[in-house]
Design a binder for this molecule. Structure first.
Ligand SMILES: NC(=O)c1ccc[n+]([C@@H]2O[C@H](COP(=O)([O-])OP(=O)(O)OC[C@H]3O[C@@H](n4cnc5c(N)ncnc54)[C@H](O)[C@@H]3O)[C@@H](O)[C@H]2O)c1
Ligand SMILES: [Zn+2]
Length: 361
């Protein structure tokens, strides 16, 4: 087992990375969670796989454990599901000392975290992420929230968990398309901060793709370390944290235009290719770096181009991104491999040129 720490200055919490749930109870005990009322929040896919196991383990230290299940998928990520949660919590007598446990992917984590941030003005919660995307990205950093009127994550709060417990063995039941979507975010971490980590993917692509336990443990550890480090320095995204948006300004636009039929990680993969191309045009990385990225992403089964949208559509959609400030599109680009920054002054021509590249590969 490996343990990392997130320290936002206001709150410090551990991330446990293991290949089983064996150490779950001791992790809860170390965080001071025993003898509390617990509610496991999960979705209809994860509940039959892991909810009873987690409940059974926690019943050693907590006497009153309920399971709140909602219909799996992004379509549930809204305020009416949150209302259902509040009703369930009240019916099950959850109070300020109670603990919510988010058991599932990013949708579960974001919603359970938001419910924890708001129910009775905030109660503690724990993240037990079960998708690769949530293990390498969304469970760390304290961003919580729901979609509103078709806008992704429009309503939410920064709210940190008491602990994150990652059991990489849960990935064995995850469909490969979802695994690949998580790999896109992990590869992103290499590009923005750590060329050794990126090299690991290039050298161990087979083992990673086959979910070899050692390789996956290294992927999850490597990504959590980078994300924990960035978030510890900039909890609320006033500066450094923006580099985590590498590939995302292009990616979010594509995600919206696809009506969310493409997975977030798939859109980030295409978006990264555009951001790398833009960086290459600025002389920051080489043409072979861009080619290598495309080859790696394709190997993992991720898209590196899109066909169904025009450059105009994508560009217009980028303006609607909630991170577009004062009509200026912010693009996270590379200064060099493993070194990202956010550029506030990209010209329309430069952005459209990068979009053109991902339309015609
Ligand atoms: N908070 C953040 O910082 C942050 C960062 C990135 C993404 N997100 C959010 O995360 C969400 C996407 O997360 P996701 O990709 O994990 O999606 P998800 O939670 O919808 O999970 C994907 C699918 O896998 C199923 N599943 C989960 N674990 C499983 C397992 N072990 N075995 C079998 N099936 C399993 C789920 O039921 C679902 O059908 C989006 O809503 C996005 O906005 C948040
Ligand atoms: Zn992302």
């Amino acid at each position: 087992m490996k343990i990392l720490s997130v320290d936002t200055g206001i709150k410090q919490y551990p991330i446990y990375i293991d290949s089983s749930f064996d150490a779950l109870v001791s992790a809860f005990e170390k965080a001071g969670i025993s003898g509390r009322r617990v509610c496991i929040v999960t979705d209809t896919n994860v509940a039959p796989l892991y909810a009873n196991k987690v409940k059974e383990l926690l019943s050693d230290i907590c006497s009153n454990i309920s399971i709140c299940v909602f219909s799996a998928g992004e379509n549930s990520k809204n305020l009416s599901t949150i209302s259902e949660f509040y009703k369930f919590f009240i019916e099950h007598h959850l109070d300020r000392r109670s603990v919510l446990v988010a058991l599932g992917g990013g949708v579960v984590g974001d919603m359970c975290g938001f419910a924890a941030a708001t129910y009775m003005r905030g109660i503690p919660f724990v993240q037990i992420p079960t998708t690769l995307l949530s293990q390498v990205d969304s469970s760390v950093g304290g961003k919580t929230g729901v979609d509103f009127m078709g806008n992704k994550n429009m309503v939410g709060a920064f709210y940190q968990p008491e602990l994150v417990f990652i059991n990489t063995d849960t990935l064995n039941t995850l469909p490969y398309r979802e695994v690949a979507a998580g790999l896109a975010e992990s590869v992103k971490h290499g590009y923005i901060q750590d060329t050794d980590y990126l090299r690991f993917f290039l050298d161990n692509r087979d083992a990673v793709k086959e979910l070899d336990p050692d390789a996956i443990a290294q992927v999850v550890y490597g990504s959590c370390k980078i994300k924990a480090n960035v978030v510890s320095q900039d909890e609320k995204e006033t500066g450094l944290r923006e580099i985590l948006n590498f590939g995302h300004t292009f990616g979010h636009a594509i995600e919206t235009l696809s009506d969310f039929n493409m997975l977030h990680g798939e859109c980030v993969a295409v978006g990264m290719v555009a951001a790398l191309y833009l960086s290459m045009k600025r002389g920051a990385v080489s043409e072979s770096d861009v080619e290598q990225a495309k080859e790696l992403l394709k190997y993992f089964g991720l898209p590196v181009a899109v066909e169904n949208f025009s450059a105009e559509d994508i560009y217009a959609q980028m303006f609607n991104d909630k991170k577009t400030k004062n009509g200026v599109i912010n693009i996270t680009a590379l200064r060099s491999m493993g070194n990202a920054y956010t550029e506030k002054g990209c010209s329309e021509r430069e952005i459209k040129d990068a979009i053109g590249y991902i339309l015609k590969i």
